[in-house]
Design a protein around this ligand. Structure first.
Ligand code: C2E
Ligand code: MG
Ligand code: MG
Length: 671
């Protein structure tokens, strides 16, 4: 997955970035591996040192044993030689000298033997040493007899030497030679054993080191695997919309840039489609957020099915989608895709067991005609989408350069909104609700107007959506509610004490925590009886969270104010809901009044609403009455209260008194 980042190093760094938990796991893994290797190496080295030392000791001991045996062999041999030379010698001095050496040989032999006996010996060595002692026990007295005979009879001494002393000594030498061989043999075996032990130690050291290395590699592989997976997951999260799994804005922009680069190489067109669902807020208000989410997912599936695999579908958030149509040769190809999308999205949906219709408005910008950079193309498609909406929804609009000026105007309006409240540019105009029975104005609907310093008087259509988006509606509503109540109080005091005022509140205001305090405050400041104030809510509000909405309406009613449903008949309210809500009034939407002349179905609809109001003991007001024909039809159908241009357009407070004083029976009274 490629992120929107033109710098490959930064992109790589981002991919390599691990979460703190993985960093710690990685660090611990490597520390564990390091410790393991150190531990194994320490054990191995220790073992090697021990076997080396062992080997050294073995070699030392056997060398000494061999040396001592050699000394015994040599001194025994020399003693025999010296005895022989003493027998042969004629010079008494020489003989004395040789006698000294002869004795010295014996001393050397005795010392060496004594040392050898203290050393660790095997049974064969001890046996040979025993044999040597026995043979020496035989040989030495003979030698001594030879020495004694030297002074008396050299010839006899010589005979004794040859016949007895030398053979006896040869036996000793024979045993010593066997001892020498035995010690050599033991030394060889011992060193071989030590070498074997050394080999075993080395084997274990290699084996353990390999195991440690293997464990280390496994740890590293596991850590890298999971780190990669988590980094992939995080990357997916960062680049995809969690609800629909479609690419999000970041990834979309990257894909768009790739598509533009390709289009530049191949001389193709690219279509950027900015798609917004029409009246999605109403769906959300009616079915709740879960229902809204389901619709969004359904739309995402339809968008994917409407385009080719190489095109891009992304969700920017809310009910906004973008589609990139790639590899197009003609604008008409792009528009074919657009029409297909409009048709598919417009098919009915089944959400939570209800059939639902939803349409979309699409703004289209085309590369390279309407821009060459991704940012400009998206911005222009967005601008075109606003025009599609303004042009009546459920349609598409190709971008046109003149649109930019309008987009700027909207931006300007947004800036102006910031100052409008400070400068008290928001006011209420009032439109009368005429009671056909009494011929009197019974109530006034307060309708918001913006006295724009440059643009003049603006109706809500021009700014209400923006005011709601920015949250400014809360403060405006709070302030103007006080104005409306105070103004009504003035009319009461001027001699119209039965008059009431109807104030519209949007969903945002209805759910705002300050709602009740604001109403209470306005009533307190103005001193208006609560029953003279009516709040007009649209159907959407009721459907959002039925339970909470009922509670809030109850709370409003507990303050003593009336509650009306505005634009009744256009939303999704069901009769069951109507029964549940503690309402006072239904305002029949002007859509049904408008076509009263030719649409019988509207007449039937109005009749049934009126019957419903009768049954539920609610009052009703028909909105948008523009001509006397409509008025007559409504009167015939049993409608009591009407509101519309026929009676009066919404007018400033200062002009209202003139209407109140009038007797409306004249003209369209109930005669
Ligand atoms: P609404 O509450 O249904 O108000 C009636 C709208 O119909 C008013 O439009 C009024 O000027 C218009 N109207 C009245 N009689 C006729 C007629 O005979 N023919 C035609 N064609 N139109 C007629 P306006 O003043 O532009 O207000 C539009 C909507 O803005 C209102 O619809 C209401 O939903 C909202 N609105 C107005 N003032 C406020 C406000 O203070 N707060 C909030 N939250 N919303 C407001
Ligand atoms: Mg209204
Ligand atoms: Mg209305």
């Amino acid at each position: 997955m490629i992120l929107k980042n033109k710098n490959p190093t930064a992109r790589l760094m981002r991919q390599l970035q691990l979460s703190p938990a993985w960093k710690i796991a990685l660090l611990l893994g490597f520390i564990a591996q390091l410790l393991l290797i150190l531990f194994v190496t320490a054990i191995g080295l220790n073992q090697l040192a021990a076997t080396s030392k062992n080997l050294g000791t073995v070699v030392d001991v056997h060398m000494r044993k061999q040396n001592l045996t050699k000394v015994m062999v040599v001194s025994a041999r020399e003693r025999t030689v010296n005895l022989f030379r003493m027998v042969e010698s004629v010079d008494p001095f020489d003989r004395d000298d040789l006698f000294l050496q002869f004795n010295h040989n014996a001393e050397e032999f005795i010392i060496a033997r004594a040392d050898l006996i203290k050393m660790p010996l095997n049974s064969r060595e001890r046996e040979l040493l025993d044999m040597q002692r026995r043979f020496t026990g035989v040989s030495v007295p003979i030698q001594n007899r030879v020495v004694d005979l030297l002074n008396e009879n050299v010839h006899e001494a010589e005979t004794l030497l040859v016949k007895e002393a030398i053979p006896a000594q040869n036996k000793v030498l024979e045993v010593l030679s066997q001892l020498d061989k035995e010690t050599q043999n033991t030394a060889f075996l011992a060193s071989r054993k030590a070498a074997e032990a050394h080999d075993v130690a080395r084997f274990w050291m290699y084996a353990l080191s390999s195991v440690a290395l293997l464990i280390g590699l496994i740890v590293a592989a596991v850590v890298v695997y999971f780190a990669n997976r988590s980094s992939r997951e995080r990357e997916h999260l960062a680049t995809h919309d969690s609800l629909t799994e479609l690419p999000n804005r970041m990834l979309f922009q990257d894909r768009l840039e790739q598509a533009l680069a390709r289009a530049l190489r191949h001389g193709e067109l690219v279509g950027v489609l900015f798609i917004d669902l029409d009246r999605f807020k109403l769906v959300n208000d009616t079915l709740g957020h879960a229902g809204g989410d389901k619709l969004i997912c359904e739309v995402a599936i339809r968008l994917l099915s409407a385009v080719r695999a190489e095109d891009v579908v992304a969700r920017l958030g809310g009910d906004e989608f973008v589609v990139v149509i790639t590899e197009a040769r003609k604008v008409s190809q792009i528009l074919q895709a657009v029409e297909k999308i409009i048709a598919l999205v417009g098919q009915p949906y089944e959400i939570e067991g209800r059939e639902l219709f939803s349409t979309c408005s699409i703004g289209v910008s085309v590369y390279p005609n309407d821009g060459v950079s991704s940012d400009v193309l998206i911005k222009n498609a967005d601008t075109a989408m606003y025009h599609a909406k303004a042009g009546g929804r459920n349609r598409f609009q190709l971008y046109d350069q003149a649109m930019n000026a309008m987009a700027e105007e909207r931006l300007q309006l947004e800036t102006d909104l910031h100052y409008a409240l400070e400068r008290n540019e928001f006011v209420f105009h009032y439109q009368p609700q005429l009671n056909l029975k009494t011929g009197k104005v019974q109530a006034l609907e307060a309708l918001l107007r913006w006295e724009h310093p440059q643009k003049g008087l603006l109706a809500p259509a021009a700014f209400l959506e923006l005011l709601e988006e920015t949250g400014g509606i809360i403060e405006v509503g709070r302030k103007l509610l006080i104005d409306a109540c105070t103004q009504l109080r003035v009319w009461h005091d001027a001699g119209f004490p039965d008059l009431s005022v109807a104030v519209n509140i949007s969903g945002k205001e209805f759910w705002h925590e300050g709602l009740f305090a604001n109403v209470q405050n306005a009533l307190r400041v103005s001193g208006l009886p609560p029953s003279c104030l009516q709040m007009e809510l649209t159907e959407g509000i009721f459907m959002q969270d039925t339970e909470r909405a009922t509670n809030r309406i109850m709370a409003l009613k507990n303050l003593g104010v009336g509650v009306a449903i505005d634009d009744f008949g256009t939303g999704y309210s069901s009769l069951a809901h109507l029964k549940r809500f503690p309402l006072d009034c239904l305002k029949i939407d002007r859509y049904f009044v408008k076509d009263l002349e030719d649409a019988h179905i509207n007449e039937a609809f109005i009749s049934s609403i009126l019957a419903l109001c009768e049954g539920l003991n609610l009052c009703s007001v028909a909105e948008g009455v523009e001509n006397s024909h409509q008025l007559e039809r409504l009167r015939t159908l049993g409608c009591r209260v009407v509101q519309g241009y026929l009676v009066s357009r919404p007018i400033p407070a200062a002009q209202v008194e003139g209407l109140l004083a009038r007797d409306w029976h004249q003209g369209f009274g109930d005669t």
